[in-house]
Design a protein around this ligand. Structure first.
Ligand code: DAT
Ligand code: MG
Length: 147
């Protein structure tokens, strides 16, 4: 079953929307395979955001993502990678539609509350960066037949 990496960034933890975000994914019908509150090291931040290392905002991005605890998660379900991106909304919260997480909870692009993998390759890479295999659960929910 498809899996994606989703992370509530330090601004989302500080602003008390971890529960709300978990709730949206649960209510949608996805299954939580793993989750942890953690602080990202500089080394992990630079790996995770490696594709942006030449961008002018890279330094700020690394400083921000390491500035406080994040809530890292792996969510599982049909089409979850693309669907999580839709649930998050556009990168810049001012372009994110109301009803999306960024549209509802964020204002500026530098503090946009949530990360989600953008492809199956990114999902595999990011899950591997943040989680050990032993931290992920494989299980079925009896309600699954109704989702
Ligand atoms: P996304 O997080 O939607 O995948 P991205 O991969 O293009 O977006 O960028 C990663 C993060 O970098 C993004 O969530 C916020 C930050 N960022 C992107 N563009 C930015 C910009 N122009 N100025 C400041 N931060 C930016
Ligand atoms: Mg991205």
């Amino acid at each position: 079953m498809e899996q994606t990496f989703v992370m509530v960034k330090p601004d989302g933890v500080q602003r008390n929307v971890v529960g709300e975000i978990v709730s949206r994914f649960e209510k949608k019908g996805y299954t939580l395979a793993g989750a942890k509150l953690m602080t990202i090291s500089n080394e992990l931040a630079e790996k995770h955001y490696g594709e942006h290392k030449d961008k002018p905002f890279f330094g700020e991005l690394v400083d921000f993502i390491t500035s406080g605890p994040v809530f890292a998660m792996v969510w599982e379900g049909e089409n979850v990678i693309a669907s999580a991106r839709q649930m998050m909304g556009a990168t810049n919260p001012s372009d994110a539609a109301p009803g999306t997480i960024r549209g509802d909870f964020a204002v500026q692009v530098g503090m946009n509350i949530i990360h989600g993998s953008d492809s199956s390759e990114s999902a595999e890479r990011e899950i591997g960066l943040f989680f050990e295999k032993s931290e992920l659960q494989s299980y079925t929910k009896t309600i699954g037949t109704w989702v």
